[in-house]
Design a protein around this ligand. Structure first.
Ligand SMILES: *Cc1c(COP(=O)(O)O)cnc(C)c1O
Length: 459
């Protein structure tokens, strides 16, 4: 029996709301479990049953998160006597899985699309009558002819579809649309982050926007606050800048009534505490209220498109350690290599492309009396397929491959972007994906066979 589950829980920062791990714990045998009300799922058992690499999606986690966000906004609106409305739009690009999108819509989320294909899924949902017709849809991303035609079609069918104008050609198409439109402001307030490009092709500068002749139906001013802001002051600086543009633009376009702060709310991937969502949302509402009252303008509606914040904590990825190797070099932080049966380059590509870090913990935890510093490697043939750089390492229980029992590890917060960005380097299959809710387990994506993988490449 595992000696001290309580110590391990603390060590791996489970059961802590500030890290979104309140759903996870270790049982008395040292196995990782996920809790949903009185249901308990043994993760080691799932790994053994379905095999690894394995993605586990917990829709109830994202349902709770989106419900909390919408409730938070309602209570702030009451508390501050705010007169505008709050609209949460789920950005589909952060996770297009059917179970995710349906769960979001079921909790009252609106939708934001980034492409014609994403909007086509909305049409599919419409045809299956799977959402309330009052749901609102914001359309970002380059407006190809197909995308424009579909926006038009859905508007004619009575849906509230609002394209956000992001470039000159889109301006030509939508400036005099008889339906509501939005426009994207290129935010010059920059921070140090890979999402906050020094040069951004999307949107218009403040000067460009204010020079435009009046629109027929301008409703929304959109900008992005940029992911990975470290300080609330940075977030508020962008809001303040956008708000000034909003007031000037509204003078010319009285129909303008909403400010859209986009996505970008961070989550504690690295188990560090950044600012909290409730604090920042309160300060944004306060700022909107104060500034509009100063000018005698009605409080704008607030639109929020936080993606990773809602969906990342709702999925974990499990790997089995399939080899271990001692590192004998001196002056190196790591003592051992752990090779896993999946690929960071394929399954968790942000590891590789933007140096994303994740919280890693053991799934079967009977070895954690002794912790060691390891480097993790994926099982593609590529020497770049590693989790940790030379300078850093991950602390995990000391394990040798020749022990009798298999050893599994878990990556937390993998629910945003990784599936859509996944690749098939070395023709490896993506992890099998299961959806776990209400005591039921459903396979949402099978593991591709060699034939399936070959087909993708004309075999
Ligand atoms: C990507 C994107 C989002 C979501 O960003 P997160 O960082 O996941 O919150 C929201 N809105 C738009 C327009 C986007 O392009």
């Amino acid at each position: 029996m595992h000696k001290n589950a309580r110590v391990s829980k603390k060590l791996w920062k489970l059961g802590m709301k500030e890290y979104n791990t309140q759903y996870f714990d270790f049982n008395k045998d040292g196995d990782l479990i996920a809790k949903e009300g009185n249901n308990v799922y043994n993760i080691r058992y799932l790994a053994e049953k379905f095999g690894t690499s394995l993605e586990i999606l917990f829709p109830y986690i994202l349902e709770e998160r989106v419900e909390d966000l919408i409730d938070l906004a309602s209570s702030l609106i009451k508390k501050l006597k705010y007169q505008g409305k709050f609209y949460y739009h789920f950005p589909m690009k952060s996770n297009q899985t059917k179970e995710v999108v349906m769960a979001m819509v079921g909790e009252g989320a609106n939708i934001e699309t980034a492409s014609y294909n994403e909007l086509s899924l909305v049409r599919k949902m419409l045809e299956q009558e799977s959402f309330n017709q009052k749901m609102r849809i914001l359309c970002n991303g380059p407006k190809t002819d197909k995308y424009i035609n579909l926006i038009d079609e859905l508007q004619h069918r009575g849906l509230k579809v609002i394209p956000i104008i992001e470039g000159p050609n889109e301006l030509k198409n939508f400036q005099y649309s008889r339906y509501d439109v939005g426009i994207r402001l290129d935010m010059p307030v920059k921070t140090n982050s890979s999402w906050n490009k020094k040069i951004d092709r999307f949107g218009f500068t403040k000067e460009e926007i204010l020079k435009m002749p009046p629109f027929k139906n301008l409703k929304v001013l959109h900008y992005r606050m940029g992911a990975k802001f470290d300080k609330p002051a940075d977030v508020l600086a962008t809001t303040k800048y956008a708000l000034n543009v909003y007031f000037e633009l509204k003078a010319k376009n009285p129909s303008l009534d909403s400010i859209d702060i986009g996505g970008g709310m961070p989550i504690p991937y690295e188990r560090d505490k950044k600012y909290q969502a409730d604090k920042i949302l309160e300060r944004i509402f306060e700022l909107l209220k104060k500034e509009s009252e100063k000018r005698g303008v009605p409080h704008p509606n607030l639109v929020c498109e936080w993606g990773r914040y809602i969906v990342a904590p709702a999925q974990v990825t499990i790997y089995k350690v399939i080899d271990t190797k001692n590192i004998t070099h001196k002056n190196i932080p790591a003592k051992k290599w752990y090779v896993v049966d999946g690929s960071f380059m394929n399954d968790l590509i942000d590891t590789w492309s933007i140096d994303q870090k994740w919280a890693v913990a053991p799934v079967n935890n009977k070895y954690d009396e002794k912790i060691t510093d390891v480097w993790l490697s994926g099982s593609s043939c590529d020497s770049d397929d590693i989790y940790t750089g030379v300078e850093s390492s991950v602390s995990l229980p000391d394990y040798n491959f020749n022990e009798n029992e298999p050893f599994y590890i878990v990556f937390f917060d993998t629910g945003a972007y990784q599936d859509a960005l996944a690749s098939s380097h070395c023709l490896l299959s993506s992890p099998l994906k299961i959806v776990v809710e209400n005591g039921h387990i459903v396979v949402a994506r099978k593991r591709a066979s060699p034939d399936d993988m070959g087909k993708e490449f004309g075999w």
